[in-house]
Ligand binder design. Structure first.
Ligand code: ADP
Length: 258
């Protein structure tokens, strides 16, 4: 769990890293464009003496600043890669169960029930989606930790998996604090958080959205308002239009696991 959480923190830090990289690169870029414009002006004016006098110094500054930009970018790529949505067949039920196991301890400690519920379509189709198992786990971790954060003693979080119309609906339903109307549209904007400093970055749902869009899916967030709980729905297209996986479900229809 710790490793997963560290990984999530890293992902959450990406947006901050991106902002600081943009900021850092802007300075050498301003220097590069300043000196190259100056050299171009002199060239166009035919002021060869001035060009020769300062050209070497200007060019070496441009080279140094270009190297600086390259180093900033290399460091960024080495330490934190922006999540690119990967694509492979992923068994949704298995993935959900793995994530639930990671969080059971945390939920139990807070006195929250964390339940998984599978709704099959009668034909026994077990959902397989085109995503990445690791990334889908990260997405679910992000959403489930939000749900657990919103809940207190005696509350309930349910992960519902439903196969319908060639789509897999993954719903995370919590009975927690809910979301006031005025905040609903702001959730998912980078850096929007209501958590205290140091606890929230406001990048979780933003990154989740990027990954889900990359898989051709979508994320919907619904809450009736403060104190009324929240439903987050992750919609993902089924692999092979759902024609695959007519195997026997290992969990019977409409069953829930506590
Ligand atoms: P962070 O968790 O760092 O704040 P997120 O993008 O994951 O960033 O979430 C942004 C905000 O959305 C949270 O600060 C919280 O206000 C709200 N939120 C997300 N999920 C829930 C939920 N299940 N219940 C209530 N509020 C939520």
């Amino acid at each position: 769990l710790e490793e997963r959480l560290v990984q999530m923190d890293k992902m959450a830090a990406l947006g901050t890293v991106a902002a600081s990289v943009a900021h850092e690169i802007n300075n050498p870029l301003a220097v590069i464009s300043g000196y190259s414009e100056d050299m171009l002006d002199r060239l166009r004016e035919g002021d060869n003496d001035a060009l020769l006098a300062d050209g070497e110094r200007y060019l070496s500054i441009i080279c140094d600043q270009t190297k600086r930009c390259k180093n900033i970018i290399r460091m960024w790529l080495d330490t934190a890669r922006l999540p690119q949505a990967e694509s492979e067949p992923v068994n949704v039920v298995e993935t959900v169960e793995a994530v639930r196991e990671l969080l059971l301890y945390r939920a139990q400690k807070k006195g929250i029930t964390l339940q998984k519920c599978l709704i099959t379509n009668g034909a026994g189709v077990l959902p397989v989606v085109i995503a990445s198992r690791g990334q889908l786990q990260q997405v679910l971790l992000n959403l489930l930790i939000n749900a657990l954060d919103a809940c207190g003693e005696g509350d309930r979080v349910e992960i519902q998996i439903e196969v319908r119309d060639q789509e897999c609906f993954l719903r995370i339903i919590d009975s927690g604090v809910g979301i006031p109307k005025e905040n609903l549209s702001r959730i998912g904007q980078s850096f929007f958080t209501t958590k205290p400093p140091g606890q929230g970055t406001g990048l979780g749902i933003y990154i989740v959205n990027e990954l889900v869009k990359g898989w051709g899916g979508r994320l919907e967030i619904f809450s009736e308002g403060e104190g009324k709980g929240t439903v987050v729905t992750l919609r993902l297209p089924l692999a092979n239009n759902g024609r695959e996986q007519h195997g026997k479900p290992n969990v019977s229809s409409d069953s829930c696991i506590d």
